[in-house]
Design a protein around this ligand. Structure first.
Ligand SMILES: O=C(O)CCC(=O)C(=O)O
Ligand SMILES: [Fe+2]
Length: 323
């Protein structure tokens, strides 16, 4: 049988056999009770409570889970099947079929084992899903899911904007099916090295907000009060997290929190992430008099992130944009 996983082991052999690094992955031990928000309440007389809880979780945690989110469970099952089929194609086919910008694996800039992401992904600009996926059923499932996730993300972003006293329509105009992204992530089983390995290195997301569908394997961890906390998979819930753009736009009220994925030597893992991004010309600026961050465009932000990753090996993020 042809090999479907990317050649992570042979490519990163040298990094993996270097002497044990001083900082272990040191996975969080206690699962957290990430707030669970019932979106069904939005259609009842308790909708204001629900909106308040969404805003509170975005400030306190930068992360929350949503149930009764309206995405049909059979669609979620279908995307997981499509994802398994996509990633189980022979590696050579994955590389050939997808443009350099769409299929990714490993960490080309890694110089130490802690900068290495033991994963592969399809990064899909929604505007290009028809070009990216030639197989009809895959494309249809991805487009159906993307449309519903865009609706859900816009709803949540609108609520968060409204709680800040801002125009909820602004984000809906700026973030649409031409500007958002979806990423299909696959974390193959990793070698069992003493310091552990990341599936995805610690990072914040460069968007307004992200909606994540994860399988039941676990491995996602978030930073809270200086500790890494694992998020226990909940089959009924989607995970939502605030990205850098919302932190800047809200003048630090909503938090873009660092998160990572810890790999397992025993189980592979799959997830789908939807990124609510605006058009490149969108200006990110808080309405407050004394703003923490200077005014910047999304294009400027993306370029700075890409430049930092290329030149220094990691994303610096919002601290580059302080006022
Ligand atoms: O797979 C996960 O749980 C997290 C994915 C993630 O953080 C991302 O794609 O930015
Ligand atoms: Fe992320």
């Amino acid at each position: 049988m042809e090999n479907s996983n990317p050649p992570l082991m042979s490519t990163y052999k040298k990094l993996l056999s270097s002497p044990p690094a001083p900082c272990n992955v040191d996975s969080g031990k206690e699962y957290c009770e990430l707030p669970v928000i019932d979106l069904g309440l939005l259609n009842t007389d308790r909708s204001e409570v629900c909106k308040r809880d969404i805003a509170a979780a975005s400030s306190d945690w930068g992360f929350f889970q949503v149930v009764n989110h309206g995405i049909p469970s059979d669609l979620l099952d279908r995307i997981q099947l499509e994802q398994v089929n996509l990633f189980h194609q022979p590696f050579d086919k994955k590389v050939l079929d997808f443009s350099a910008n769409s299929y990714r694996w490993g960490s080309p800039a890694a110089t130490s084992v802690h900068q290495l992401s033991w994963s592969e992904a399809y990064h899909i600009p929604l505007s290009q899903s028809h070009e990216t996926f030639k197989h009809n059923s895959t494309r249809e499932t991805i487009e159906e899911l993307a449309a519903l996730l865009l609706k859900l993300a816009s709803l949540l972003a609108g609520i968060l904007a409204e709680r800040l006293g801002c125009n909820a329509e602004y984000l809906k105009e700026k973030c649409n099916s031409e500007t958002c992204y979806m990423r299909l992530n696959h974390y193959p089983e990793c070698p069992n090295i003493p310091s552990g390995l990341f599936g995805l290195i610690p990072h914040t997301d460069s968007d307004f907000l992200t909606i994540l569908l994860q399988d039941q394997v676990g491995g996602l961890e978030l930073m809270k009060l200086g500790k890494w906390i694992p998020v226990k998979p909940n089959p009924a819930a989607l995970v939502v997290n605030i990205g850098d753009l919302f932190q800047a736009w809200s003048n630090g009220v909503y938090k873009s929190v660092e998160h990572r994925v810890v790999s397992s030597p025993h189980h592979e893992r799959y997830s789908v992430a939807f990124f609510l991004c605006p058009s490149y010309d969108t200006i990110i600026q808080s309405q407050e008099q004394s703003s923490i961050y200077r005014r910047f465009s999304f294009k400027e932000y993306r370029q700075q992130v890409q430049e930092d990753v290329k030149l220094i090996g990691y994303k610096v993020g919002l601290s580059r944009f302080l006022a």
